[in-house]
Design a protein around this ligand. Structure first.
Ligand code: DGY
Length: 398
């Protein structure tokens, strides 16, 4: 097995599951153990290459848990199938690193981890918005360099968010959670752009506006933008929450950056390629009052030339879901996705993933993206919308 260090848990297990990185918590291991699995975990601080993944699968492997930084394509799913496997889970909600069609062709069920990292990621979007608005890293660099000699009336002036407009691009779970922080925490007005209207979100903002009016405070507003350009032109803060697809690659390009306010803030906690990074670097250079907060990069872990030298961009190393709550929850869901398949359980068909974090968890795989295509029955034999649309509500999108 390549030259990496591996650790084996429950060597007595009659099934074999490969996990390409150590995962936090212990409950995920208990779930796999209860499913009769021996678990081989790679202890690496760099992602496995495709070749190393295939070597790890070897000639006997029932299931695997992999990472966003790895590429899982046709050859890896073929190898898994040939080794007797039928289940893979990404340790992430996003799955742009996975060739889902290839997995389906190979008969491999693919899981992801929605619903457990929503608030953690939304909080990071808010943190980036504040850090960029109030120039926090710049201020810290200034102080650590020994430049703080006196309080000055014009030192590091930033942007007040209260009363301004937040534009949310993609109103899935994380987009809605971020919208609520911007509205209910920062009292920003909300514009959102999404193919589907979000009546629940709109009703919440209306109720919050009514509460503010009762308190004699300025109300907040909420509106769905008909076009992305409309949102970009009107927003003081734009926060991106779309999955990465062929349609969203370079969604924010030079033309759309130019459509934004010259002193706007752009936050990205979704996927790097949603922004044309070269265009963003050029825009930030030309408009020192424009600010960005990025957690993800086009060619991760590489950062586009020029961005590192700029003061008006806050850069984080893809830590959107980095809290123990989220990361342990993700491990539980990934393990339950694989264990559920190996035990022949149905696929969960409800948007609420919470029951998997309680004991005992449901006898189901929490989020299988290709359940419909593979003919995996739904939990409780639901014949409703999910079964008909081919959409698994929990897996649909974050
Ligand atoms: C995801 O889950 O898609 C993140 O990017 C990693 O948490």
């Amino acid at each position: 097995m390549a030259s990496r260090a591996w650790i084996t848990h429950h060597p007595e297990g009659e099934r074999r599951v490969v996990v390409t990185q150590e995962l936090p918590g212990t409950r995920w291991l208990s779930i796999l153990r209860a499913a009769g699995c021996r678990v081989d975990v790679c202890r690496a601080d760099l992602p496995l290459t495709a070749e190393e993944i295939r070597a790890a699968i070897g000639n006997r492997c029932d299931g695997a848990i992999g990472q966003v930084a790895e590429s899982w394509g046709e050859p890896e799913f073929r190898a898994l199938r040939a080794a007797g496997g039928c289940a893979y889970s990404n340790y992430a909600v996003g799955y742009n690193n996975v060739d889902l069609a290839a997995a389906t062709r190979c008969g491999i069920a693919v899981g992801n981890t929605p619903g457990v990292l929503t608030e953690t990621t939304a909080e990071l979007a808010a943190a980036l918005a504040l850090a960029a608005a109030r120039r926090l890293p710049e201020g810290e660099r200034f102080l650590r360099a020994g430049n703080f000699r006196a309080w000055l009336p014009t030192l590091l002036l930033g942007t007040l968010l209260r009363g301004k407009t937040a534009g949310i691009v993609g109103a899935g779970r994380i987009g809605v959670a971020a919208a609520r922080i911007f509205v209910e925490g920062f009292r920003m007005n909300l514009l959102y752009f999404d193919p589907r209207p979000q009546p629940e979100l709109e009703a919440r903002v209306r109720a919050f506006a009514a509460f503010l009016r009762e308190q004699g405070e300025p109300a907040v507003t909420c509106r769905r933008a008909a076009r992305l350009e409309e949102l970009l032109a009107a927003s003081d803060l734009v926060s991106l929450h779309t999955p990465l697809t062929a349609e969203t690659r370079h969604l924010i390009d030079a033309r759309r950056l130019a459509a934004m306010k010259p002193e706007a803030i752009l936050v990205n906690t979704s996927r790097g390629p949603v922004i044309d990074e070269e265009a963003l670097a050029a825009h930030l250079r030309r408009h020192p009052g424009f600010r960005a907060g990025l957690d993800v990069y086009e060619r991760e872990p590489e950062v586009a030339a020029g961005l590192l030298e700029l003061e008006n961009v806050v850069l984080l190393p893809h830590i959107g879901s980095a809290t123990p709550e989220a990361r342990e929850g993700m491990a539980v869901l990934a393990a339950a996705n694989v264990a559920g398949r190996l035990l022949g359980h149905p696929a969960w068909n409800r948007p609420d993933i919470g029951p998997f974090l309680a004991d005992p968890p449901p006898a189901a795989s929490p989020s299988i993206l290709n359940a419909h295509e593979l003919g995996i029955p739904l939990f409780g034999g639901d014949g409703g919308e999910a079964a008909h649309s081919g959409l698994h509500p929990a897996a649909d999108r974050e």
